[in-house]
Design a protein around this ligand. Structure first.
Ligand code: NAD
Ligand code: MG
Length: 377
């Protein structure tokens, strides 16, 4: 493999910093040529000192920014479309990652996609951008990386269904009444993964698993009735693929995002690396599986139904969720309001037009506005 140029979008976040740890071990294969962050100029500066990229972008102008940095939201697409970038690690959180995903694919780049929201918001457009530009998406999400590793080289006609695993989040065995009143601190206490705040709340509502079902639908071209979810509290089995002959493959390992990040860079090859904790099945035992308590976590069914409806509905689900989670994290609404806000946004806007980027972004804006109005925020 010749040395490939990498852009890390969202380099200061949980996935971004994980990616830079992986890349620091793999300097013979990869060179970090572009970094972008939202506002954490201090951390970005130390990353620049370590990795010496040729392009640095900061969305929100900050005091610690250096004069040669590119400021403003356009820096994402600029970083993603540079000639010295072969692979774009999109580790931005939320719909803000969409344009960089589309632009990278149009320019024929590989996107190592952590930003699942861009695929949920505009799955059809992302697919069209891949076809037009010759780019490809390799998932960073651990479940989708697992599925990809299991189905590698097999025709899709041999796949009967996939089963995505879900940790169940911190409220897996809580009563609905207790979930309703969960605090911000409760929701941020994830049992198996350390992640950014938004995805951690999504894991507590199971909205994250709905986003992942929609993500899997687009990535693997499977209809929704061939994508199931099972709760697996230990997060060791990263997902299952069941084939037409009844054989089931799984990808397994201690919870760590280092492997999915590395694999998204090297796929279909594997390279030696030390980022994953050694596999010890005895230490990881027991492994258990449970059905999802859909009544206690209504966001999951709402999201899957939005996926089935298609058009702008997944964009409305995503935007309603993003706005509701932001309000929850600001202390303005209770945890129990999050799925109700999403449901209300879907009831009002899921039939909106969704055939172009601008139509989808209009539906996204309408859903955010709807949720803000519900709580007069
Ligand atoms: P995070 O909040 O830790 O980091 C987000 C990054 O995005 C930061 O670098 C921030 O500077 C940047 N950012 C935020 N808002 C932005 C904006 N408006 N414009 C440009 N940049 C912006 O989040 P994270 O946990 O690293 O998650 C990133 C993405 O990866 C999400 O889509 C999440 O669902 C996905 N993901 C994360 C994990 C995980 O383990 N953390 C696992 C699977 C998927
Ligand atoms: Mg995941």
């Amino acid at each position: 493999m010749s040395r490939r140029g990498i852009a890390v979008l969202g380099s200061t976040g949980s996935i971004g910093t994980t990616a830079l740890r992986v890349l620091a071990r793999q300097r013979a294969l990869f060179s970090v040529n572009a970094l972008t962050a939202f506002s954490n100029a201090g951390l970005l500066r130390s990353q620049v000192e370590e990795h010496r990229p040729s392009f640095v972008g900061l969305v929100d102008a900050g005091a610690a920014a250096l004069p040669d940095w590119r400021m403003g939201p356009e820096c994402l697409v600029e970083a993603a479309t540079r000639d010295d970038v072969d692979i774009v690690i999109n580790a931005v959180v939320g719909a803000a990652g969409l344009d960089a995903t589309l632009a990278s694919l149009e320019r024929g780049k590989r996107v190592a996609l952590a930003n699942k929201e861009s695929l949920v918001l505009a799955g059809d457009l992302v697919e069209a951008a891949c076809r037009r530009g010759g780019g490809e998406i390799i998932p960073v999400d651990s479940e989708h990386s697992a599925v990809l590793q299991c189905i590698m080289g097999r025709p899709r006609t041999e796949v009967r269904r996939i089963v995505l695993t879900a940790s169940g989040g911190p409220f897996r065995d809580w009563t609905p009444a207790r979930i309703e009143r969960a605090t911000i601190a409760d929701a941020l206490e994830h049992p198996t993964w350390r992640m950014g705040r938004k995805i951690t709340v999504d894991s507590a509502t199971l909205a994250n698993k709905a986003l992942e079902v929609i993500e899997a639908h687009f990535l693997f071209g499977l209809s929704y009735d061939r994508i199931d979810v099972v709760v697996h509290p230990q997060s060791v089995v990263h997902s299952f693929v069941e084939f037409v002959d009844g054989s089931v493959l799984a990808q397994v390992g201690a919870p760590s995002m280092e492997l999915p990040v590395l694999y998204a860079l090297t796929h279909p090859e594997r390279v030696p690396d030390s980022g994953v904790p050694p596999f010890d099945p005895v230490a990881l035992s027991p492994l258990t599986f449970e059905p999802v308590r859909t009544d206690a976590f209504p966001a999951l069914a709402l999201g899957i139904e939005a996926g089935r409806v298609g058009g702008a509905a997944p964009a409305v689900f995503n935007a309603g969720n993003e706005r509701a989670v932001a309000l929850f994290l600001e202390g303005r609404i209770t945890f129990g309001e999050i799925p109700r806000a999403i449901e209300s946004a879907l009831a009002a806007h899921s039939g909106a037009a969704g055939d172009t980027r601008d139509a989808l972004l209009a539906a996204d804006a309408a859903a955010r506005h709807h949720v803000s109005e519900l709580y007069r925020c």
